[in-house]
Design a protein around this ligand. Structure first.
Ligand SMILES: [Fe+2]
Length: 235
């Protein structure tokens, strides 16, 4: 089965460094649906140290309303954010679930890429989980050299209940794709996203390339699990 869910994208028009216009958003959506994607998660960057939650939500929701009116029902759109977690996130009185996928408990999170997932970062993760009832999803695990080197730490995160996302385009980069394929087969990655910013930056076409590995380099049940994990977030 093809990969049906794109869990991470910068397709909302004019909100971050992704799509710049509704036209560009529509061509990205079109390209993803051609790859077999049925559900696209719109996850613009929310830099918590640069902008308040309410300002971000206002900009994001306006862009969503604009895009939604132009997209037919050929694809399901889900609204979220890629939340760069800093201490400022926790100074909000507002409900943090507003930046989770479709206001579920699942939040796409990003940390400093030099993090060793100890001390401060682990405090943030615990706070999100224990004080706010949020289930963090770690965006593009391959960007964290420490985690890629210390799979035992990654295992601990998964054991805690953190879900791990990887970018489809990273499976086209040698030698990274060899590492990631192994990690995917061994259960270290639960979700896939395009992280598409434009037709050329993290191209949506990588979804087709990754889906094409099914039954060749990646067993069918691995993709079935990825689709199931994604689907369950919205149930
Ligand atoms: Fe991203």
């Amino acid at each position: 089965m093809k990969l049906l869910y794109d869990m991470h994208s910068h397709i909302l028009p004019g909100v971050d460094d992704g799509a710049k216009s509704v036209e560009e958003s529509l061509s990205l959506i079109n390209r993803l649906t051609k790859c077999g994607v049925t559900d696209i998660c719109l996850t613009p960057h929310f830099y918590t140290h640069k902008e308040s939650l309410s300002d971000f939500l206002k900009r994001r929701n306006e862009a969503f309303d604009l895009l939604k009116s132009k997209v037919g029902d050929k694809v399901n759109l889900h609204l979220g954010a890629e939340v760069f977690v800093t201490k400022y996130l926790f100074s909000n009185e507002e409900n943090l679930k507003s930046v989770c996928y479709d206001s579920t408990d699942y939040m796409l999170t990003e940390f400093s890429y030099s993090s060793t997932f100890s001390g401060e970062t682990m405090n943030y993760i615990s706070k999100l989980m224990n004080n706010h009832g949020i289930k963090p999803i770690l965006a593009h695990v391959e960007r964290y050299p420490y985690l890629m080197k210390h799979l035992d730490v990654l295992e601990e995160l998964i054991y805690m209940g953190v879900m791990i996302q990887s970018n489809a385009c990273s499976f086209t980069e040698f030698p990274l794709k060899i590492r990631l394929t192994k990690m995917l087969k061994n259960g270290y990655i639960q979700l896939i996203g395009s992280d598409a910013h434009s037709l050329t930056r993290n191209s949506p076409d990588a979804f087709s390339a990754l889906s094409a590995l099914e039954g060749k380099k990646i067993p069918k049940d691995v993709f079935d699990d990825i689709n199931k994990n994604s689907k369950e977030i919205f149930m």
